[in-house]
Design a protein around this ligand. Structure first.
Ligand code: MG
Length: 430
């Protein structure tokens, strides 16, 4: 009796190659850390056996850039060489569990670098922009929100008036808080004092001063800008849960588009109580590192906008399932899009924004000239919107020779803003 051939004739742990000789095979994976605008950006480049065909991905976790680079180069790259780029869902699923323990911002950003690069590569291989690979257009363009900020309420409102004149219909407002640390705007230095070694300490965070300033800011902005503009404010998780309820209720008269991160991720058990006490729309999620963290928030109707950092949850492949799940629960998207998302990552956000029916708004960032030289094709807002492109993939390139001019920043150079304290010295969650 002859033995039956086993199903494991498959070349485990990989899917067998497609017969189609034109399907690209991965031949090299390289990771770069570059800081053209003074922020570490992490880019993954995947090369193939087809001349000139490569993909670019965003793996940006600014504060632990070298750890992410090492994770891609030492742990993921050896598992990728020889695999077919068209097997992206299998590659994502198998890399995600390849170390048994999974998730966390370092491993998920590393996985995202690979994932987004493969979407870029498949778009280029098919001759299609990624938003078209994702299903095509759900809208003409993605509404963008811009950041208005200033050391005082008056300066922040003046900045908002400028952005409104540029065509933005959605504006995030942050202002300095006199005598207190704030977020997203300069100011607050007046509260600085000397410690017992006569070192200058940064201003502490004074919650009640902050709440009063935000109410003043929203009132002044609504007064100056009128009703035909959408306002956003980012709390950055710096309040206690009861202070967050207090701020959300006080903000109601000014009709926010959403209040961002009113609670720290450790305090999300308070969301039902916050939700029951205020009509202010809530956006949450930039610190999430797994898409499943959204499940209870969507299921129980606790948020209005999903807000995650696409690379921190593992890339476009998991993010599009978050978008689809949110759509089913009537929740919109507002992907995280600050300066610590590379231009490739911004294009991934926009691709989701073009193709997802439930896109709410997209945070835009204005990159400097040096970043635009490193990343030709960097997306830019026009008339308050981010637009679809026609080039295959993400339409963003990466010039290695330019990137080498702006080497990675030393560790800890960008972490001062996370080290916030109460007046008694207690460390706060940023
Ligand atoms: Mg935020």
């Amino acid at each position: 009796m002859t033995a039956e051939p086993t199903p494991s004739a498959l070349e485990w742990p990989r899917l067998p190659h497609l017969d189609d000789a034109s399907s690209p095979i991965i031949t090299a994976v390289r990771t770069f850390v570059t800081a053209p605008d003074g922020i570490n950006l992490i880019v993954t480049r995947i090369e193939t056996n087809q001349p000139g065909l490569y993909g670019l991905g965003c793996a940006t976790f600014t504060q632990r850039a070298q750890a992410v680079r090492l994770a891609v180069d030492e742990y993921l790259a050896p598992q990728l060489i020889g695999r077919g780029a068209a097997d992206l869902p299998d590659i994502h699923a198998s890399l995600h569990v390849s170390a048994y323990w999974r998730n966390g911002p370092i491993m998920n950003n590393a996985l995202s670098g690979v994932d987004i690069a493969l979407w870029d590569l498949l778009g280029k291989s098919a001759g299609l922009p990624v938003w078209q690979l994702l299903g095509g257009r759900a809208r003409i363009a993605v509404p963008a929100y811009a950041h208005a900020g200033g050391g005082t309420v008056e300066q922040a409102v003046a900045d908002a008036i400028r952005l409104r004149a540029e065509g933005f219909r959605h504006i995030r407002l942050q202002s300095g808080v006199a005598g207190s640390a704030g977020y997203g705007a300069a100011g607050g230095g007046a509260g600085a004092k000397l410690d017992n070694r006569h070192q200058l300490l940064p201003a502490p965070f004074e919650a009640q001063r902050y709440i009063r300033t935000v109410v003043d800011l929203l009132a002044a902005a609504r007064d100056a800008l009128g009703d035909d503009v959408e306002l956003i404010h980012d709390v950055h998780s710096r309040l206690t849960p009861s202070e967050a309820v207090q701020l959300a209720k006080a903000a109601e008269p000014f009709r926010l588009f959403f209040l961002e991160d009113p609670l720290a991720i450790e305090d999300l058990g308070w969301l039902p109580r916050l939700r029951s006490q205020t009509s202010v729309p809530i956006g949450i999620g930039e610190l999430f590192t797994h898409r499943a963290e959204y499940v209870p928030l969507l299921r129980d109707g606790l948020i209005d906008f999903v807000r995650c950092h696409v690379s921190a949850i593992g890339g476009l492949t998991p993010a599009r399932t978050v978008a689809a799940a949110a759509e089913l629960f009537g929740v919109q998207t507002a992907w995280h899009g600050p300066g610590d998302v590379s231009p490739v990552g911004h294009a991934a956000n926009i691709a989701l924004g073009i193709a997802s029916p439930n896109t709410g708004v997209q945070e835009r960032h204005t990159f400097g000239d040096r970043a635009k030289e490193v990343f030709p094709g960097t997306p830019e807002a026009r008339d308050g919107y981010l637009w679809p492109w026609t080039a295959p993939g993400f339409g963003v390139d990466f010039v290695e020779a330019e990137a080498l001019r702006y080497p990675a920043l030393a560790p800890l150079t960008t972490e001062g803003w996370t080290q916030l304290r109460r007046p008694d010295g207690t460390a706060l969650k940023p």
